[in-house]
Design a protein around this ligand. Sequence first.
Ligand code: FNR
Length: 183
Amino acid sequence: MTKKIAAFCGSLRKESFNKQVLDTMVQLAPDNFDVSVLSIEEIPLYNADIEAEGVPAPVQSFKDQLKAADGIWIVTPEYSASMPGVLKNVLDWAGSMTVENALDQKPVLIAGASPTQQGTAFAQAHLRQTLAACNAYPMQQPQLYIGGVPNKLSGGKVEDEKTNEFLEKAMNDFDTWMETLSK
Ligand code: FNR
């Protein structure tokens, strides 16, 4: 059965390593995945007053695409031993406790890449904590930490056999995770 995946990256940088990992995942995704990569560039800073007056159009569109998805992928860098502020900001909008929680009971695949070896472990731990607060269901295993990432990229995608095998396995496991949760 075709599964709709909404994917986004926690980096706004044009040449983002994490964006390149996400692009590679799209290319390697199982045939039954229909993946849409969502931009978070237009999402304003969260403000409860603005939300109460009416959710801004780019936020509503983002939330609608999350709600329509069977699963969500988040590929993120680590900043200062946590997730980047831009990512936390979109999760605050998406997982709103007052208007509508677009993350409620959504399966989530988390991945992260860093030039350092241990990079994104703290970011991913904090991301799991935030997703738990939003009642989303991040896949437990495998956890996708891609260290030393600049050496694994070429031509805008991951060109490292082991990493690509790891990504493919994780996406197949995510298919099972979505099936399990839908029962
Ligand atoms: C970083 N970087 C970083 N890396 C890491 O592994 N742990 C960390 O805590 C941090 N902290 C951090 C803070 C800030 C403000 C910046 C700008 C960077 C380095 C980071 O992994 C690197 O810049 C990546 O290239 C960012 O990901 P993208 O944009 O390439 O996807």
